[in-house]
Design a protein around this ligand. Sequence first.
Ligand SMILES: Cc1cc2nc3c(=O)[nH]c(=O)nc-3n(C[C@H](O)[C@H](O)[C@H](O)COP(=O)(O)OP(=O)(O)OC[C@H]3O[C@@H](n4cnc5c(N)ncnc54)[C@H](O)[C@@H]3O)c2cc1C
Length: 381
Amino acid sequence: MKSKLRVVVLGAGFGGLEIASMLSEEMGDCLDLTLIDKNDSFFFGFSKLDVMFGRRPSQSVRYSYSHIKKPGVVFRQESIKSIDPETRRVITSGGTYEADVLVVALGADYNIKATPGLSDAGNEFYSFEGAERVRKILPDFKKGNVIIGVTGFPFKCPPAPSETALLLHEYLTMRGVRKDCHISLVVPFELPIPPSYGTSKALLSSFEENHIRYVPEIMVGAIDPVHKLAILDDGTELPFDLFLGIPEHCVPGVVAESGLVFDEWVPVDRSNLKTRFPNVYAIGDVTSVGTPKAGIFAAGAARVAAGSIMAEFNGSEFVKAYDGAGSCYVEFGGGKVGRVDVDFFSNPSPKGIHVEASRELAVEKRSYESSGKARWFGISE
Ligand SMILES: Cc1cc2nc3c(=O)[nH]c(=O)nc-3n(C[C@H](O)[C@H](O)[C@H](O)COP(=O)(O)OP(=O)(O)OC[C@H]3O[C@@H](n4cnc5c(N)ncnc54)[C@H](O)[C@@H]3O)c2cc1C
């Protein structure tokens, strides 16, 4: 009889939860998997926008890891202190773990200090705490200039700044103060969603219709907190009364110190998500695999890495190479959601198909969330 495979999964976000679920379903009794995260609960990235605009209370979007009850899987709430990819040994606040297979799914962190002035006069809304802070500020905002500004690339969920601009328009309109406010969106791309002309066109016409100023192909390099100016990379100064920032992203410190990083992110073999260290995989935002930093891609990569781990354990052929495909939902406001179906690796350049925003797609997005809750946590509505 084969002994159990000891798998240690670092990070219980989209990638970590999906790989733990799939290995548990497929390997059951042959699996001894430890899933480690410093937090006590998970939230979908998009729920930060719901929290920020007061659409849902914070507690309702967080799912406790205590719900995880899967064959062969144990969850530990511990902080990871060091990772040795050579020996596959991990030290946490709770102990030391040794793995036959190590999966790094620690996501992307934020380097707020990289943008001078951001922590003094700008509000990042990409962390959960940041979104909660903005929710407290927004009700007092009645007039003036709002800038939604990207300060570094790559950043999570490329549609999120555009969604924020449209949801802010809706929020201020509902409060009857929109006519006294100006919204500008500063992004590094020419089109809001570069792989999809259709979605970009729909967003640009929504911006025009709703008087949102689109400032493309540039980023915010610094904030002048005294004069309340956003200083763009070409030196242009944009005055603001409220700055909502997308901070620079980086690997978590423990990954930076592990020897896994090259050129800022963890490089992996695109077909199977292996790092250069034997039996060490990396999935999701922590990698430089070539897809955008989004939960849908982290979960897709997790399924492929799981396939590779099982094939090696069973001595069978690994059949499903990663195609970098996924569907992203885009909030347009007014209860409507669009979708981009995109495939990053099958064609020479990524191709995104636009599905027009509708209330039906808003329902589909909710059921995507429900199916994640059911699959990862066993929570049904
Ligand atoms: C505003 C916003 C909107 C978004 N909307 C969408 C969307 O609509 N669709 C979509 O697909 N994606 C969306 N995203 C992006 C999505 O949230 C991320 O891309 C996704 O969470 C990445 O998954 P991951 O598994 O790589 O990392 P994460 O989900 O970030 O998980 C990493 C985990 O590692 C843990 N961790 C980190 N360091 C340590 C440590 N030292 N010790 C222990 N644990 C640690 C963290 O606590 C975390 O739980 C959005 C993001 C934002 C900010």
